[in-house]
Design a protein around this ligand. Sequence first.
Ligand SMILES: *Cc1c(COP(=O)(O)O)cnc(C)c1O
Length: 376
Amino acid sequence: MKDRIYLSSPHMGGTEQHFVKEAFDTNWISPLGKNVDGFEADLQSYLGENKEVAALSSGTAALHLALLVTGVTKGDEVICQSMTFAASANPIVYLGANPVFVDSETNTWNICSETLEQAIKDRIAKGKKPKAIIAVHLYGMPFNASEILKIASKYSIPVIEDSAEALGSSYKKQKCGTFGDISILSFNGNKIITTSGGGALVTASAALKKKAVFLATQARDDAPHYQHSEIGYNYRLSNICAGIGRGQMEVLDKHVTLKRKMNAFYKELFSKTEGVSVFTEPSEKYFSNHWLSCILIDQAVTGYSPSEVREALEKQHIESRPLWKPMHLQPIFKEAPFYKTGVSERLFTTGLCLPSGSNLSEEDKKRIAAALQPFL
Ligand SMILES: *Cc1c(COP(=O)(O)O)cnc(C)c1O
């Protein structure tokens, strides 16, 4: 049987083991050490914009701490892009706050600025100004940062930028992960670079980074004994995982190039297929890492549905998946307010994510092209 082709699997570059071995050799097998410092420094220099980075155990942990240090508490409302992975929204609930979902725009698939403003006005009219806005660069495609930041600043609401899928992407030549009042990254196994599991919080403020690290290491007061004046968390990245991250930073740009080549491969493959469109940057302002390449299928034109394509690929041991199911359609969030454009529901019913690994071989691509042949 042929090996399974995955959507996006870990892709090691070679030097990860050197950093991990060094951690072993020096016995720094803890959530502190040279690799944690080194990985944070690598990320800071990659992102630029004078940002401070705190390496954490996951992107979800980073979002939780981002909301916490923003001052979100019980009963608050937080606006969140509906079209995303549940990890963007769950931390709102960890804090006893309530998500308010906003639909997407067609060109970036991300939070629609006009609908965002309507939602803010309506929440204020109903008596509660939202405490934060969580905007997501889905599949690596930057959201319209100019418009979103303009509206956020008009109403003085902080933006938490979920850049979990968008390390290596940029908008108007500025790197994703540097647009939010606080931004987060993920290094989960399926992301563009991985530490097996990990994340980071990005901020312009050294004091805020210090606060995040304090909370991530059980919020110990400055005393020789164990004393706590605040509730803490065990959210720091381990020095072993950070070693993998240092090795991965050396190949991040290469991964971006390879992911973008996968996107070009699908564009070429479907170039003569009516009714199928490959998700592409709307203009020169946007540069996507194309973490996952996605297509939309207009069944009225093609005569086949996304699930027929998915099942045909599955028969050849090739993984594909529907797009993220919007949060306002999730059983867990069915009571949450939702401001609609209709875009995310349409994306969910017509979309499909295709294998996008930076480690796919020419042989893999031939297998994918052969399996897709009947749909071209
Ligand atoms: C992966 C992901 C997260 C969560 O990151 P973890 O490191 O897996 O906790 C959050 N938001 C989005 C959009 C993601 O894709």
